[in-house]
Design a protein around this ligand. Structure first.
Ligand SMILES: [Zn+2]
Length: 70
């Protein structure tokens, strides 16, 4: 393994650890601060997102979307 590959492996392992930490926080969060946000997922989608842990919680209704885009 060359140095570049070792660096990438280390970063991928860090990324995995960070993602597990975020998942932990999100699973313990009660998602009490819902906000409408544009998130990147197959282009940009408007979603209800927890403002505390950034977890996408669901789709806004047509009326809520109109209100946001106004
Ligand atoms: Zn949350």
């Amino acid at each position: 393994m060359d140095a570049k590959r070792r660096k990438v492996d280390k970063l991928l392992s860090d990324k995995w650890n960070i993602e597990r930490k975020i998942e932990n926080i999100q699973s313990e969060c009660k998602h009490e601060n819902k906000v409408l946000k544009q998130i990147k997922e197959n282009g940009f989608e408007l979603r209800w997102v927890c403002d505390d842990c950034t977890l996408p919680l669901g789709w806004p209704s047509e009326a809520e979307r109109d209100e946001f885009l106004k």
